[in-house]
Structure formats: C-alpha cells, structure tokens
Design a protein around this ligand. Structure first.
Ligand code: AMP
Ligand code: ZN
Ligand code: FE
Ligand code: FE
Length: 278
C-alpha cells in the first residue's frame, strides 16, 4: 500500500515496481510517489498485464505549524482536483529551489554540483534528498543513501533546508475533497525526527482522516499499540506497508501487508479515481 518509483525517489520505473510486486507474490499494490501521480498510467498498464490490483496513490509531504514533518498517503483521489493539484505543484516547485540551495551548501564542502545531482533524477521526477544522496554516493563521499541520511542529510545537518509543505489537516481536507482516502503514513517514526502530538491527530481526524499506517518498519512497537487504540476509538482503517524504494532503501516488498478487508473498504471509500482490478 506504499511504494515509490523513479517518478519520485524510488530506483525502479513504475512498471518495474509492479512486476517486482507480482514476483514477490503480492495480489495488490499501491503506487504512492511523493507529491506526484505521474506514474499512474504506466503502473496501471503493467498491473493489467500482471493481473494485479493497482491502487493509484500519492504520498504528500506536509508540515505542522510547529515544524513537524508529516507524510500523508492519499489513495484513489482525483489527480486533476484543482485545490489538491495547486498544493502539490507548490510543494514540487519549492522542492526544486530547496534542493538547489542544499546542493550549493554541500558543494562548498563536497565534490558535487547541480549537474551531478540531475544525473540521478528522472525527467519530471519529484526531487528529494535521496537524489542528493545518490550524487554524494557517486562522488564517493558516502557509501549509501542510508549513510547520507545518517549524517550529512539529516534534518539536523547544517546542509539541511526545509521546503514549503501544506498543513496536514488541510491536506486531509483536500484529499477528501478530491474523493481520496487519506491515511497518515508512519505516524510514530521517531527515527525520522519529531513526531506529532494529540492535537495534530485531532485536527487530522476532524478534517476527515480515514486511516493510519501501523505496520511500517519505522514505527516502533509501543507506537503501533498507541495507533491501534487510536484507530479503534476513531474507526480508522489500519494499514501496513513496505514503503519500497527499490535499491534506495533496505525495505522489501511485502515485508508488511494490509488486510484484504481493509483494502475492500478503501475501494468503497475512494471515489476520485479507478483502481485496476484483475
Ligand atoms: P525529502 O522528501 O527530500 O525531505 O526526503 C525524504 C525522503 O528520503 C523520504 O521519502 C524517505 O523515504 C527518504 N529517506 C529517509 N531516510 C532514508 C534513508 N535512511 N535511506 C534512504 N532514504 C531515506
Ligand atoms: Zn521516499
Ligand atoms: Fe514517508
Ligand atoms: Fe514513502
């Protein structure tokens, strides 16, 4: 229910992600590139050929007023909804500027430049820190993306720059307006930075949040128990995912899965776009 392709910061094309899912024995897959739906058509085509269910999705980068990063998964929304599209376009433009500033800062200390970073970004892809990490790897500065994220590229690094991102409750509202199913991605992933408090959960739930991603490798066990209780109290769907990025992360397809009944419910609730069904 959560994968990335070269349309954002995964290392495989949308069709290759679908084929990898079929090989991994999965019956259904959601493609959720960061702030982009550009991979949907290619993935749908491949899913049709492989006889796999494909849920079109997207992962929206958000930030709370306190500056805490929130990722919101959107499933089955209308990719042309003007309000949502406007926010996504604004984020994507800000990501470009932000990456340029980060690369300029990094270039003062390491042998990379904008051109080298561009070699690692597919045409039209949503740029992010993983692409800068790839340039650092190819320049021999770090051995892997993970190593880059453990040091030079963390949010605490002097090279880090934030980019515009919508408020999470506003994003939930827009996803619902676009007929989509909003699910809070890896909500308790403390290793990624600060996580949100009760107030943000309340705001997102009031705005129409429909699910929480519980089984994700970055959610510690105590946090998962908290999320399961929250889901019970507020009738939220519970999902699980790999957050697959190809060779860009150790995460393997199918390492966490979502119950078929939850998928059925999501298919009922999502009215903005059509899934591919076998
Ligand atoms: P950005 O959106 O540019 O702030 O970059 C965040 C992205 O980097 C997320 O999509 C993560 O999937 C990815 N990321 C975070 N930590 C790691 C890591 N340790 N190794 C590889 N990718 C990571
Ligand atoms: Zn990513
Ligand atoms: Fe995420
Ligand atoms: Fe992700």
């Amino acid at each position: 229910m959560h994968t990335h392709s070269t349309v954002s910061d995964g290392t495989e094309s949308p069709a290759d992600v679908v084929r990898a899912a079929a090989r991994a024995g999965l019956s259904a897959l959601a493609l959720t590139d960061h702030d982009s739906t550009a991979g949907w058509a290619e993935a749908a085509d491949a899913a049709g050929r492989e006889g796999l269910t494909l849920i079109p999705g997207m992962e929206i980068s958000c930030r709370t007023a306190e500056g805490i990063s929130v990722h919101l998964l959107s499933y089955l929304h209308d990719p042309e909804h003007p309000g949502l599209l406007e926010e996504i376009d604004r984020s994507r433009a800000a990501r470009e500027t932000r990456a340029e500033v980060m690369v300029r800062r990094l270039a003062e200390d390491f042998p990379i430049d904008w051109e080298l970073v561009q070699e690692h970004v597919a045409p039209g892809a949503t740029i992010g820190r993983p692409h800068i990490a790839d340039a650092l790897v190819s320049a021999g500065v770090v051995p892997s993306r993970s190593a880059a994220f453990a040091g030079i590229l963390t949010a605490r690094s002097r090279y880090f720059v934030a980019h515009y991102a919508p408020d999470p409750a506003r994003a939930v509202e827009l996803v619902r307006a676009a007929g989509g199913v909003p699910v809070f991605a890896h909500p308790v992933a403390t290793a990624r930075g600060r996580v949100v408090g009760e107030r943000t959960y309340r705001d997102m739930i009031d705005a129409g949040l429909l699910g929480v991603e519980v089984d994700h490798r970055d959610n510690p066990e105590e946090g998962r128990a908290f999320l399961r209780t929250l889901a019970r109290e507020h009738s939220l769907l519970v999902t699980g995912s790999s957050d697959y990025h190809g060779t860009g992360k150790p995460n393997r397809l199918g390492e966490n899965t979502t119950a078929p009944a939850v998928l059925e419910r999501m298919l009922e609730l999502g009215t903005g776009s059509r899934p591919v069904l076998p």
